[in-house]
Design a protein around this ligand. Structure first.
Ligand code: NM2
Ligand code: OGA
Ligand code: ZN
Length: 383
């Protein structure tokens, strides 16, 4: 509950007092820009109708009052009165003292290791997820929280993996196709299409932006070996940062180079760090793929020794079984990974029997949007 409002700095700021003792300041300019009235925002789609240049630079607040759970303010020189629900102001307060350490992550991201994850892998059956919004919501929320989840009960037929993407969004097509066959081939254009083991990696770091989700579905798997594993790159990055802050700094502040030119007409190249932080230090993306790492040319000579030592240690931690969750995909099973965070690997497999997987990419923003919309719907239904 909002209990008090006072004007500050000649009406350029206001200070709100809340019943629980919290205090939050707002700027007149910020409030004017974010006004909720139907001249500022379309009542139909919520989009802003004005530009920043429509707001006078000298905007101030000259009158305030609290009425029925809302704050009313009048902006001058426009002489415009606007209402802000108290709950909206509370939810959008920005006057906080939060000093994030570099490498922080959002509250809905939870790091995991073998010890915390091996026996509680998030899983849903395709039939349940497609019929029951609650099952889908929980499965998508697991992808948001842990960066991976298993889905079983898929038809063991070609293209079935697209049904998983259809639950929340769209397949992202690339030079590998709408989806790709993952099986041992003669003259493969990518080492994924062999029976070799693949070190834990993120896919397509040579693309910018990288595909943010990958789905791998199993149609047949009767070989010896060929197990899958996943590793939480955010957990490994945090472990590296804890034991070697300077190594973390090197991998997050210097660009690496990635390249793929394995088939004709394709030369994909990118210049991005192995550990990417956002402008506010948030850990936002891991890129790790020994097969497509190109020569590093953006690390100063004086730091290259240390950069390689950090890369080696990061790789060793990624290989550490304490971080690895392993399972063997059976026919009709699939898993999804957040390719900006969780690495996947496979063990080598023998020539006898058959291993046929299909893979595709999809977009995480679409998944998060669908999840948020489902959650919003659940909340409205509960009210
Ligand atoms: N495939 C499976 O990023 C990579 O090159 C890993 C990708 C060929 C689409 C393999
Ligand atoms: C891939 C990949 C793993 C597997 O295709 O990107 O990593 O289990 N495959 O074959
Ligand atoms: Zn892969």
């Amino acid at each position: 509950m909002l209990t008090r409002v006072t004007l500050g700095d000649d009406g350029r700021t206001i200070e709100l007092g809340w019943q629980d003792g919290a205090v939050s300041r707002f700027h007149a300019m910020w409030l004017r820009d974010n006004a909720l009235d139907d001249k500022t925002r379309s009542a139909g789609n919520g989009q802003r109708l004005i530009t920043i240049l429509d707001i006078p630079a000298e905007t101030r607040i000259d009158k305030t009052s609290i009425k029925g759970g809302a704050l009313e303010v009048t902006f001058v020189p426009e002489g415009k009165a606007v209402n802000f629900p108290a709950s909206w102001l509370r939810a959008h307060a920005y006057d906080r003292k939060e000093d994030h350490e570099p490498g922080w992550t959002e509250g809905d991201v939870q790091r995991w290791t073998k010890a915390t994850m091996q026996n509680s892998v998030p899983r849903a059956a395709y039939g349940d997820a497609s019929r029951d919004g609650n099952v889908l919501r929980q499965w998508l929320a697991a992808v948001r929280r842990f960066g991976f989840a298993v889905m079983d009960g898929l038809p063991t037929e070609s293209g079935a993996l697209c049904k998983v993407a259809d639950l929340f969004g769209y397949v992202r097509e690339t030079n590998y196709g709408r989806w790709f066959e993952v099986r041992a081939e003669v003259n493969p254009n990518n080492l994924a299409y062999t029976n070799l083991g693949l070190q834990a990696h993120t896919d397509n770091p040579y693309r910018d932006p990288v595909p943010t989700l990958q789905i791998l579905a199993c149609i047949e798997n009767t070989v010896e070996g060929g197990e899958s594993s996943v590793v939480d790159g955010f957990a490994v990055a945090a472990a590296l940062q804890a034991e070697n802050p300077d190594g973390f700094r090197l991998l997050s502040s210097y660009p690496a180079r990635f390249e793929y030119a394995g088939s004709s007409g394709v030369r994909l190249q990118s210049k991005r760090p192995m550990i990417e932080l956002g402008p506010d230090g948030e850990l936002i993306c891991i890129r790790f793929n020994n097969r497509s790492l190109a020569p590093a040319v953006d690390v100063p000579f004086a730091e290259m020794d240390k950069y390689y030592a950090a890369y080696r240690r990061f790789a060793a931690l990624i290989e550490d079984p304490a971080f690895e969750v392993t399972f063997k995909l059976e026919a009709g099973e699939s898993f999804i990974v957040d390719n900006t965070r969780v690495m996947h690997a496979r063990k080598a497999f023998s020539g006898s029997g058959k291993r046929w997987l299909q893979g595709c990419y999809a977009d995480k923003d679409g998944l998060l949007s669908t999840l948020a919309a489902i959650e919003h719907g659940f909340k409205e239904a509960a009210e």
